[in-house]
Design a protein around this ligand. Structure first.
Ligand SMILES: NC(=O)c1ccc[n+]([C@@H]2O[C@H](COP(=O)([O-])OP(=O)(O)OC[C@H]3O[C@@H](n4cnc5c(N)ncnc54)[C@H](O)[C@@H]3O)[C@@H](O)[C@H]2O)c1
Length: 329
């Protein structure tokens, strides 16, 4: 699915030639090559290019990237970079030893909305940031993805959390602490066809985070919610509030309301200085700089996500005295 979006973005770029593609399903690779005029189709493992863009399901990211790095090629990976932070650390170390680059999605923070929000924060338009909320509230990917199981292997935190966390890290700096988290699960899922499957990962996650600069963040990622009016991202400063559009996409309007104002106004989108905007622009960021969609940021994300998972297991919370009878609301 996502390879289509990459090809559409990158074929408009003069900096990139799509020279080869590979898929374990060779017929799929051939059809893809025909659709995007890619001259060569090879087996996975025989790729030969300056950069290998890894768009397999996440459980294969590390293996595909490792063999490309060992062959001396730079890699750009879809999110999450790897299944675990330690797997990501060994990929980064290998790339360092081989003298090649690693870049990683998401790249949506490079697009005009989040760049406009970054500019507003840097200019002091909302004063000092004090808090933020991030909410991915969805009924789950079985509604639209033909193969939802790999997405459920990750769960909403690892599959969708990277968009929200990368945007917040870019805007507010790195996360230093996870103060609390709850992970709940509704394991039985139903496809639109009526077919059932089960998942073992958490399908609803709530977490309270704090950045190194002391900004508190409330993060919700859920595949269990049917509808919402909660904004995707809001950032609260001492002098104003920013409301951001869905960080899974490269477009949308950022709204601001400052102290003393009666209404919201739209920020002017900030063009990011790339020749193309869309899924895949992170590959240009890797090739031409400034390399902000980096392997290091993707590793930091995995550290944050693992800290949320650990906290939900180890944190027993503080009990509140019960004053109602059982069953009473
Ligand atoms: N689907 C989306 O809208 C979307 C959006 C953003 C990011 N992503 C990310 O993109 C990546 C791919 O997701 P997708 O939904 O496009 O998956 P997909 O299942 O649609 O496509 C994955 C392709 O990888 C091939 N493949 C599997 N193992 C391979 C291997 N070892 N070597 C070579 N090819 C292999 C499969 O045959 C398939 O054609 C994932 O990391 C996902 O998190 C997906």
């Amino acid at each position: 699915m996502v390879a289509e979006e990459y090809a559409q973005t990158l074929r408009s770029s003069r900096a990139i030639n799509l020279v080869t593609c590979a898929d374990i399903d060779v017929a799929r690779a051939r059809a893809f090559a025909r659709r995007y005029s890619i001259p060569r189709v090879v087996s996975p493992g025989q790729l030969d290019a300056d950069v290998v863009i890894v768009l397999t399901p996440p459980e294969h990211h590390a293996d595909v990237a490792r063999s490309a790095i060992e062959a001396g090629m730079s890699v750009y990976l879809e999110k999450p970079l790897a299944r675990t932070a330690s797997e990501a650390e060994s990929l980064l170390a290998l790339a360092d030893r081989r003298g090649v680059l690693i870049g990683a999605a998401p790249d949506t923070f490079l697009a005009p909305p989040i760049q406009a929000a970054a500019e507003a924060i840097t200019a002091g338009l909302i004063g000092e940031p004090i808090a933020a909320t991030a909410a991915l509230l969805s009924p789950g990917p079985e509604r639209w993805h033909p193969r939802p199981e790999p997405i459920y292997d990750l769960g909403p935190l690892l599959d969708m959390g990277p968009y929200y966390l990368t945007a917040l890290i870019h805007l507010l700096g790195p996360i230093a602490t996870v103060h609390g988290a709850i992970c709940g699960s509704r394991p039985r899922r139903t496809r639109p066809s009526g077919a059932e499957f089960t998942t073992t990962t958490a399908t609803h996650v709530e977490a309270l985070l704090e950045t190194a600069a002391g900004v508190s963040i409330t993060l919700t990622t859920s595949f269990d919610t049917q509808a919402t009016t909660r904004p995707h991202l809001e950032i609260y400063g001492t002098d104003g509030t920013l409301v951001l559009p869905d960080p899974n996409f490269h477009e949308g309007t950022v709204r601001i309301r400052r102290q003393g104002e009666n209404d919201w106004s739209a920020l002017t989108p900030k063009m990011p200085g790339f020749e193309v905007v869309g899924r895949g622009m992170g590959v240009l960021d890797l090739i031409n700089g400034p390399r902000r969609a980096s392997g290091e940021t993707a590793l930091h994300l995995l550290h944050v996500i693992e800290a949320v998972q650990r906290t939900s297991v180890s944190n027993s919370g503080s009990a509140v005295p019960a004053i109602w009878r059982a069953g009473q609301r």
